[in-house]
Design a protein around this ligand. Structure first.
Ligand code: UDP
Length: 244
């Protein structure tokens, strides 16, 4: 029995890197697709929002002298490329999916329309949303919370490199313990760890969308998370901040 029925999965661009330093590794895309297929096979409705950090981030571009808004639009285009690669990988894995873009580019992706996305989800198709919110000065984290809310998802699952939020950096301190649950307030104020953009987390708090932070490339973590097993860190209203 799944704990969550409709899931908004945020996949960072880094997940598409494989062993590369830049760009898309088709094998990594297939691995991500495999994780998605596993929860789709369990009957979960899955909307995926994909980042673009493996190709281009607006903030980095603007530091190099490109106008910030222009750089952010470039970042959004990067997420569309990742979305195309992920859609390709899902199809190769026999998972029916639809690629949306919040920017118009009909030749490669359907323009995001909420009602259509919901219909696809109800029909059992995986929905990939690229180009985030379609506006600059935010990141795909904000896209994840906005789309997660408007698509009435039960949870926002944020895939990261670490399996949840730890009291200290587990790479530096192997004894550091994982937070099993966190209040939004503690998640926002957590020192030295940026779980998600503050605005995105605040939006989740205000509108009651729980956030699960977990490591995607760790066995069946995503499947376990969907079933409600104790992995990662669960941020929600009505929970106390507790270590595992
Ligand atoms: N971006 C944007 N608006 C959005 C989503 C993304 O301007 O709604 C731009 C922004 O420049 C961002 C880039 O696209 O840096 C890539 O997205 P993100 O950094 O979220 O990718 P991730 O870190 O998840 O790989």
């Amino acid at each position: 029995m799944n704990k969550f029925k409709r899931i908004l999965l945020k996949v960072g661009g880094e997940s598409m890197l494989g062993d590369r330093e830049y760009g898309i590794d088709p094998q990594a895309a297939l691995e991500v697709a495999g994780k998605i297929k596993a929860i789709h096979d369990l009957g979960a409705q899955v909307a995926v929002i994909i980042g673009g950090g493996n190709i281009f981030r607006g903030l980095a571009g603007s530091k190099n002298g490109i106008d910030r808004a222009t750089a952010d639009y470039m970042g959004m285009l990067a997420t569309v490329m990742n979305g195309m690669a992920l859609a390709d990988a899902l199809e190769k894995s026999d998972v029916e999916c639809r690629l949306f873009s919040a920017l118009r580019m009909e030749q490669v992706a359907e323009f995001f329309v909420r009602g259509r996305a919901i219909k696809h989800l109800e029909r059992g198709r995986v929905v990939i949303i690229s180009a985030g919110t379609g506006v600059p000065y935010v990141t795909t984290d904000t896209g994840a919370s906005l789309h997660g809310l408007e698509l009435h998802c039960d949870v926002l699952m944020k895939a990261t490199k670490v399996n949840g939020v730890y009291e200290a950096d587990p790479m530096k301190d192997p004894k550091a313990r994982r937070y099993k649950t966190l209040t939004y307030q503690d998640a926002i104020l957590m020192e030295g760890v940026e779980i998600m953009d503050t605005a995105a987390l605040a939006m989740c708090q205000e509108n009651n969308l729980p956030v699960m932070v977990f490591k995607l490339f760790d066995e069946n973590n995503l499947t376990k998370a969907v079933k409600g097993e104790d992995i990662g860190t669960y941020v929600a209203n009505g929970v106390k901040t507790e270590l595992a």
